[in-house]
Design a protein around this ligand. Structure first.
Ligand code: DP6
Length: 350
């Protein structure tokens, strides 16, 4: 039995058999996940690699209610509705089927990241939900099993199960879905001596107009640039793993920047185009180029939103934050380091 399984059991006992609380952090992909080959099973076209952050945790409590006729879901104390609620209830159905239980659940989620702003709140959200729901329903899963489960809520959540750097394997694309389902999960990535920071410039914290799920579907279906990007992304991953192992932050950053810009190019090639980058995003990108000209290694990566994350050495983070803050006029800037994987905590969140 793995250490994580032992921890799950022990906490389950302490928290009572019918409830569990988990904490998870968002992750930022340095090699992006963009496009599903199986939408039901959340199987991606390509493998991706990310750093789990040490800021913006999500805390989720799942409590089983034998009397309830429906799941009750709240986000920061506000009842969830519509698509948001449907996604959580669908995920709980999956957990219930696996556990052989029919009890409904009360789910209370506390999010500290601006939701829907391309800052991966669904990654920390579904990672925390997977860990809490698995424990509450008595599923005995190790990190691999939890990652596979979290993937079914949101692809990027599979990576937030692990701390530091994690790679989400696409799984064999020619294998039957049931087999690929088993092999598509995240695992920790070995790195050399790195002391990285991600400086996050929030240029717009509002919700996005096109969800990443809809945007990636449109890109796969209509963008002539998708296949070439997917092919180069596979090479990027091989090169990045080698650079991480060498502790070569500059090469890691160069690859991350080109991989992200390539992903945005695939979206711009979609019909109709999806454009997440705003004028302020480009100003921040210019400031990153300026930092490099001044001899400071700093590399940008952007997700399904206008915000820019800048990878740099921790020792340069304050200087990078200052440059980026000036560029993101009016925006907020956060500095993150590598954080822990998702885990069970006591009901007070500790
Ligand atoms: C641009 O994981 O949010 O952040 O699987 O449909 O829930 P679903 O999508 P999601 O997509 C994240 C896309 C990305 C890149 C990444 O995190 O790898």
């Amino acid at each position: 039995m793995s250490e994580q399984q032992i921890t799950v059991r022990r906490l389950q006992d302490r928290q009572g058999a019918n409830g569990a609380t988990a904490v998870a952090h968002p992750n930022i992909a340095l090699i992006k996940y963009w496009g599903k080959r199986d939408e039901r099973l959340f199987l991606p076209w390509t493998s991706s690699l990310s750093m789990t952050l040490d800021i913006f945790p999500t805390t989720t409590r799942v409590h089983l209610d034998a009397e309830a006729s429906d799941d009750e879901v709240t986000f920061n104390g506000v009842p969830a509705a519509g698509e948001e609620r449907r996604r959580i209830a669908g995920f709980l159905d999956l957990v219930r089927r696996r556990a052989g239980l029919t009890h409904r659940a009360v789910v209370d989620t506390r999010n500290t990241v601006p939701t829907g702003a391309g800052l991966a709140s669904s990654a920390s959200g579904f990672a925390a939900l997977a860990v809490a729901a698995a424990a509450a329903y008595g599923l005995d899963l190790d990190g691999t099993g939890l990652s596979r489960l979290a993937r079914r809520g949101s692809g990027s959540a599979s990576r937030s199960i692990f701390g530091g750097f994690a790679v989400w394997n696409a799984g064999n694309p020619t294998a039957p879905p049931a087999e690929a389902d088993l092999s598509s999960c995240a695992e920790p990535v070995r790195t050399g001596d790195l002391d990285p920071a991600l400086v996050i410039a929030v240029v717009n914290a509002g919700p996005k107009e096109v969800s990443s799920r809809a945007a990636m579907r449109r890109t796969v279906e209509t963008s002539p640039l998708f296949e070439p990007w997917a092919a180069s992304s596979r090479d990027d991953l091989t090169e990045m793993r080698a650079a991480l192992l060498r502790g070569d932050l500059d090469t890691v950053g160069e690859i991350a920047e080109r991989n992200s810009l390539g992903m945005h190019a695939t979206m711009l090639g979609a019909r109709p185009a999806v454009r997440y980058l705003a004028p302020a995003s480009l100003t921040v990108l210019d400031s990153v180029l300026g930092l490099r000209r001044d001899g400071i290694p700093a590399y940008a990566t952007m997700d399904a939103g206008p915000n820019v994350k800048v990878l740099c050495r921790r020792t340069d983070a304050d200087r990078v934050a200052e440059a980026v803050r000036d560029a993101a006029a009016g925006g907020t800037v956060h500095i993150a380091g590598p954080g822990q994987g998702a885990r069970l905590v006591d009901a007070g969140g500790r």
